[in-house]
Write a protein that binds this ligand. Sequence first.
Ligand SMILES: Cc1cc2nc3c(=O)[nH]c(=O)nc-3n(C[C@H](O)[C@H](O)[C@H](O)COP(=O)(O)OP(=O)(O)OC[C@H]3O[C@@H](n4cnc5c(N)ncnc54)[C@H](O)[C@@H]3O)c2cc1C
Length: 460
Amino acid sequence: MKNKHYEVLIVGGGISGTALFYELAKYTSVKSIGLLEKYEALATLNSKGTSNSQTIHIGDIETNYTLEKAKITKRTAKMVEKFCLQYGLEEKIMFSHQKMALGVGKKEVAFIEHRYNEFKTLFPYLELWDVEKLKTLEPKVVYADKEQTKVRPEPIIAMGTNTQYTTVDYGAMSEALAEQAQKCSDQECSSIETDIFYNTQVTDIFQKEDKSFEILTKNGETFSADFVVVNAGAHSLFLAHRMGYGKDMGCLPMAGSFYMTEELFLKGKVYMVQNNKLPFAALHGDPDILAEGKTRFGPTALMLPKLERFKPGTYLDFFKTLNFDFHIVKIFWDLLKDSDIRNYVFKNFLFEVPFINKKLFVQDARKIVPSLSVDDITYAKGFGGIRPQVLDKKKEKLMLGEASINPGTGIIFNMTPSPGATSCLGNAERDMKEIVKHLNLEYDEKQFLEDLTESIEETS
Ligand SMILES: Cc1cc2nc3c(=O)[nH]c(=O)nc-3n(C[C@H](O)[C@H](O)[C@H](O)COP(=O)(O)OP(=O)(O)OC[C@H]3O[C@@H](n4cnc5c(N)ncnc54)[C@H](O)[C@@H]3O)c2cc1C
């Protein structure tokens, strides 16, 4: 069997792996990069357009983000937009929709008003929409009946915009990133090697005495590299554990499913006020760019004992990656002690139970569209994915966002639950800088910032 050596090897061809592949090829002096992907194509798991909500989570309508967090997410989310604009991908894989965070009831209305005043400095395009404005912008959130004669009884208000790019097919973007990376090696001036290996599942990684890495795959091929980045979703932690890293973490795979309307129900994205105790966005409504613009409601959140949705196996990988012990029991116990979380977990379990699921789901979705009925929606078969939520065993807590293990030895493991697709280029920037330092490469930071970040004039 051949053993091919690369300066950098990336494991996993989702949006995280391809973003790093692109940045290294385009902005650094690296001479060879290999991308190893388990399946026959890029982005067949969570980055696929039908697996996630397709949202660019910039921080303006995500009510669980603080202003400080939104400053960071704004920079990385804008990178996605800049990349798509740079290659003319607007209206092909990136789209602009109206979007809003909707407050329902007195308490949430006050919350949205306060938040609008706090966030409009960072997002000057935001507008505050009262019930009269919403009657024209998004009538279905206003009326209690299908005929649109009766306004819903609770007060409502929304903060939103219809001037921004909001939606991306992250599967198609993964392909675009890989394509552009490989174009860098086609250019005469560049002698960089950018190889992608499909149907190549990494089973083990070893660090050799000379500090380089040996990578074993299921089909018997071996690779070696000076630096390795594992962007394999939940399997990143699985591979980290096999090397003895990240033993203080476990992975809880939370599946998300959707329901779909027959026709376009909402003009744009409607998000609700988030319960800060939960690591997931509250149920929302989105126009689906891959289902003829039908409206998708969801996602739900159900713990599944496997690491990959709609693929066979990975049950054993789940048990290994959960890393079960009394710390995990304590995390579950603490979570389930909270009645909000307990109810949420139970309800989301029922959302997957045939016959009662639709009825219960509609009850929740009526907070967005009060006139929604069971006949309006169907379970979106084959849609949805898995969010690899990370459990911090030392702190005995569920981590709310992404996790990265970097022991400083030339290998990095990334676990990227939502909104990992939005932050793909930002996370790749962090890892690229680490690789540049470790391998003593050159990095064209000026060009990177010019291409992918907003100038002072654009931000003001
Ligand atoms: C229901 C849902 C809704 C979401 N909504 C949004 C949203 O609106 N906006 C947003 O920004 N994010 C959203 N996310 C999160 C987003 O989809 C993920 O964060 C993102 O897709 C993660 O990308 P990734 O490349 O890290 O992982 P993945 O897309 O899971 O890719 C991992 C890749 O690694 C490969 N792989 C795995 N194991 C191995 C191995 N051993 N060897 C080789 N290859 C391997 C896999 O085949 C796969 O191609 C959502 C997620 C879900 C589940």
